[in-house]
Design a protein. Structure first.
Ligand code: TXE
Length: 502
């Protein structure tokens, strides 16, 4: 960054082969947060070749799991040592508040610690023994690293999303090429320096950054790659899956969501006041945290008719008090959108919502505060009286926009909650435990929160139903995605098969 080489290929830091660079913009004020090298397709091909050679060489995958686990723990220690620097980079790059960035770095640390422990269990890959009915035969199923992985991350949680990929890939013994979003590469560059310091062997992790459209083919349409893990938009995920298909390359994609948050009237009827306040608070946080740029954001409020007016009024009052500002300012509760380009997309969706007949309750504009004029800020926005015919209800806006739909029966709430082509996450709020269990089991989403919203843990799988993607990250499945399964049949007392008699 800023004159230092940023591409890490074959264990060496390099500039782009054509000398190209990119200005990375701080969305809080439009200033240049850093100038980084912009890889060419040829650089990307060299990174893939380096990862291929390192995998085929066999040394990394033969490293004892205990050593790999110790390396992951060392990475976790360095992450904590550098937490403040990494968090500041993340804030300058994405606009999110420093408090959020610090949580992100802690979460990244937990991911490395989790996989260090998981891979250490039973030596990680001793496998499963099968009784085939012949005492002379040892039949066992083992897991082995899948090979060369291409890891493509988005801009909303740059380092966190990348860690969900790099940690299990390293734990499994894979080699890899990481490509952060061109919009937010800074924390990943710093992190790869940290990996080098921790002792990750040369060529095991390679790093390129630049436009996905330019580098995509070199990274995904090649038989040199065994697995592609992608997080990003639906259109890009579909393109990558098609490119990978020619080589039958395994792909796992996480493509966002249009996540329902269902509120039953009984949260108020419970009469304790707390359930109601908690519901309002969680719906608010669920959609407006990080200005809605969260794949699991609860962007669709589905609320029981009898309390809907009061709920929306309470919500709007809270939304209007959210303090926006530069993420580096501790007084800020939320930062800007990630870029001017993204704000334009969000603004277009607001226009669309109005033209579709949704009722604008609050927001729907840039903030008037002149101190925010240079940043890509946008007010928390609520649309009431929405229905499923509206694109604003069906499509992922990835901005601070909440749509409100109303229901009168439990069956209707479930039907609305499932009426999306996505299926990443959903929330349910009710004071009736039996109803809560019925509804969470009926919802077709990868994560469902009951009387909570947004929480996750490195130990539990994350991913979506439907067009939210395929494959899972985190948890034990987040490791097995990076492994191939091999059945070994060992006859300790070989005899002739005796099939052919001649
Ligand atoms: O994402 P892209 P964009 C959604 C959100 C957002 C929309 C578009 O709705 O508005 O996606 O965002 C790389 N081959 N999400 O355009 O393009 C790209 O460089 C290989 C949801 O920023 O999908 C970046 O590293 N790679 C999401 C990554 O893909 C390619 C989080 C994601 O960028 C490529 C972010 C190609 N042809 C946005 N084209 C979530 N699931 O949480 C691009 N890339």
């Amino acid at each position: 960054m800023d004159g230092e080489p940023d591409l890490y290929i074959g264990g060496a830091w390099r500039h782009a082969s054509d000398g190209g660079t990119r200005d990375v913009i701080n969305p809080a004020d439009g200033s240049v947060a850093g100038v980084v090298d912009e890889a060419t397709p040829d650089d990307a091909r060299q990174a893939v070749a380096a990862a291929r050679a390192a995998f085929d060489d066999g040394a990394w995958r033969a490293t004892p799991v205990a050593e790999r686990a110790a390396l992951l723990d060392r990475i976790a220690e360095l992450l904590q040592r550098d937490k403040e620097d990494l968090a500041a980079l993340e804030t300058r790059d994405t606009g999110k508040t420093l408090a959020e960035s610090r949580i992100d770095i802690d979460d990244v640390t937990s991911v490395f610690r989790y996989y260090a422990k998981l891979v250490g269990v039973d030596g990680g890959d001793t496998g499963r023994i099968i009784d085939v009915g012949n005492p002379a035969v040892i039949s066992r199923v083992v897991r082995e690293p899948i090979g060369v992985c291409v890891l493509i991350a988005p801009w909303n949680y740059p380092l966190l999303q990348m860690s969900w990929k790099i940690a299990p890939a390293l734990a499994a013994g894979c080699t890899m090429v990481a490509k952060p979003s061109e919009v937010t590469p800074l924390s990943t560059i710093a992190f790869v320096h940290l990996l080098e310091e921790a002792g990750v062997p040369p060529s095991v992790v390679n790093l390129v950054q630049g436009s996905g459209a330019v580098l995509g083919e070199a990274l995904t349409a090649t038989a040199e790659v065994d697995f592609i893990s992608f997080t990003g938009g639906l259109a890009t995920g579909t393109t990558i899956s098609k490119m990978a298909a020619d080589n039958v390359t395994k792909v796992a994609v996480e493509l966002g969501g249009k996540n329902p948050h269902i509120v039953f009237a009984d949260v108020r009827d419970a009469g304790d006041g707390d359930s109601w306040a908690a519901a309002v608070d969680h719906v608010l946080t669920g959609v407006f945290l990080h200005s809605g740029q969260v794949c699991s954001a609860g962007t669709r409020l589905i609320v029981e008719e009898s309390v809907a007016d009061d709920f929306v009024t309470a919500l709007a009052a809270r939304a209007e008090t959210i303090r926006m500002g530069d993420g580096m300012d501790p007084a800020s509760e939320t930062g800007p959108l990630v870029s001017e380009q993204h704000r334009a997309k969000v603004e277009a969706y607001v226009e669309l919502g109005i033209s579709e007949g949704a009722k604008l309750i609050t927001g729907g504009a840039r903030p008037a505060d002149p101190a925010l004029a240079k940043g890509s800020f946008y007010l928390p926005t609520i649309f009431d009286r929405c229905d499923r015919s509206m694109r604003i209800v069906r499509e992922e806006t990835f901005g601070p926009i909440l749509t409100v739909e109303r229901f009168t029966t439990e069956a209707e709430a479930i039907a609305l909650g499932n009426d999306t082509e996505y299926g990443l996450a959903a929330g349910v709020r009710t004071s009736d435990a039996a109803r809560g269990e019925r509804v969470v089991r009926a919802l077709r989403h990868g994560t469902v929160w009951l009387n909570d919203f947004g929480y996750y843990t490195a130990a539990a799988e994350w991913g979506g139903f439907g067009k939210s993607g395929n494959g899972r990250e985190l948890g034990p499945t987040g490791l097995t995605e990076y492994q191939e399964i091999k059945h070994i049949w060992h006859n300790t007392a070989p005899t002739a098969a005796g099939w052919f008699k001649g």
